[in-house]
Ligand binder design. Structure first.
Ligand SMILES: Cc1cc2nc3c(=O)[nH]c(=O)nc-3n(C[C@H](O)[C@H](O)[C@H](O)COP(=O)(O)OP(=O)(O)OC[C@H]3O[C@@H](n4cnc5c(N)ncnc54)[C@H](O)[C@@H]3O)c2cc1C
Length: 354
């Protein structure tokens, strides 16, 4: 489920989008807070996640649940925490690359690393932080003949951006929170929105269901009961989806397809990165969170060390210690100063509060 506010830098040059001081793999809570800790030392980050949005497990497994053990909050909603983290790191201008899975991390002869994604993106950086949690979430693909051609043609939206839907006929697939939320958001701008779902019953928060049904009653969205069995269009440009259900086949106008069918977990990444990882967990030195490969660090649920607890607050602690180690590595000549946010005017200027 998408968090409320994206927090990326507004203007990003092409060079900034492809190189950084640090590439962070994973936009769960640990990866997001790492942006803040590294930003204290002016280290610019690109954050890559295979999901189309930030939040990791909080967004995928328990978006509507309250969390009671985040320090300083008697209670905070999972998505609320994700949104707050994105806001908190926004002053440091992270570049987010959503919808891309990191497959390869190679040392460069000139120093630093090259990080390749399954989307064909090549990123260069001076250090890598793996905040890979329990693995890479991969959106489930619907099984429809010819889908790949429309994906290549740009008609299938992997990263949700409601502003890019203006004037489009949108078909959303699914019946969970994400599907309903996107159908509702798309209705703001799209020419038409149709939600395609197996039955007239949703596994989603009651408030979302009420909102969606209201939009249907007002004629601002449609519900097509059935499953998608075919796609129409030319040269990768989608024009319609065939839906079969309740004994009939109907054609739904569609220029954009948004599959929201949940996610699978892919744990293969760390095993391929020569890090002695076992079941996706990467051994680290708990003083620095560096892995066996110098310059590659691991934090959060994906890090393995004696006494490790898979808790959000542990990921925050690990991000702070990791940032010290990255700073020592990338800025060996600077004086080690630990800025207190309550009193450092330099840090407050970076945060835009002074
Ligand atoms: C149901 C449930 C309830 C929980 N409740 C609590 C709670 O109340 N309090 C608490 O402290 N903790 C709780 N937890 C645990 C908490 O959610 C985790 O500790 C936390 O999410 C770990 O954060 P992370 O950033 O390390 O990893 P994750 O949240 O797992 O995020 C990792 C991100 O990395 C991405 N990724 C991985 N590999 C790649 C790759 N190769 N390329 C691109 N992206 C990649 C993934 O897609 C994912 O988005 C709960 C967990 C569950 C399942």
């Amino acid at each position: 489920m998408p968090p409320p506010e994206p927090g990326s830098a507004a203007d990003v040059t092409a060079a900034e989008a492809f190189s950084a001081d640090v590439v962070i793999v994973g936009a769960g809570p640990a990866g997001l807070f790492a942006v803040f800790q590294l930003g204290l030392y002016d280290l610019r980050c690109v954050v890559v996640d295979s999901l189309g949005h930030a939040g990791g497990q909080l967004a995928e497994y328990y978006p509507d649940k309250p969390i009671y053990d985040v320090p300083g909050h008697t209670v905070i909603g999972a998505l609320e925490l994700v949104g707050a983290l994105q806001k908190q790191v926004a002053p440091f201008g992270p570049v987010y690359r959503f919808g891309e899975r990191v497959d390869r991390i190679a040392a460069r002869t000139a120093g630093g690393f090259e990080v390749d994604t399954d989307g064909g993106t090549k990123l260069t950086c001076r250090a890598v932080v793996l905040a890979t949690g329990g693995g890479a979430f991969r959106p489930k693909r619907p099984e429809i003949d010819g889908l790949a051609g429309f994906e290549a043609g740009g008609s299938v939206m992997a990263v949700f951006d409601p502003t890019a839907l203006a004037g489009h006929d949108v078909v959303v697939l699914g019946g969970g929170d994400v599907a309903l939320e996107r159908a509702i958001a798309a209705a703001e701008a799209a020419a038409s929105v149709t939600l395609v779902h197996r039955r007239d019953d949703f596994q989603a928060a009651p408030a979302l269901v009420v909102r969606f049904r209201t939009l249907v009653a007002e004629g601002r969205t449609r519900l097509a009961i059935g499953r998608p069995v075919g796609l129409e269009g030319v040269d990768g440009r989608l024009s319609g989806v065939l839906v079969r259900g309740l004994g009939v086949e109907q054609r739904v106008a569609a220029t954009r397809l948004l599959p929201c069918l949940g996610t699978d977990l892919d744990r293969t990444g760390p095993a391929a990165w020569d890090l002695d990882a076992s079941d996706g967990r990467i051994p680290v030195d708990p003083a620095s969170f560096e892995t066996r490969r110098p310059g590659i660090f691991a934090i959060g649920d994906g890090a393995l060390y004696p006494g490790k607890l898979p808790l959000i607050l542990c990921g925050f602690h690990e991000a702070a210690l990791m940032a010290q180690a990255v700073r020592r590595r990338l800025q060996p000549r600077t004086r080690p100063i630990l800025p207190y946010s309550s009193s450092s005017s330099d840090l407050q200027r970076k945060l835009g509060v002074r």
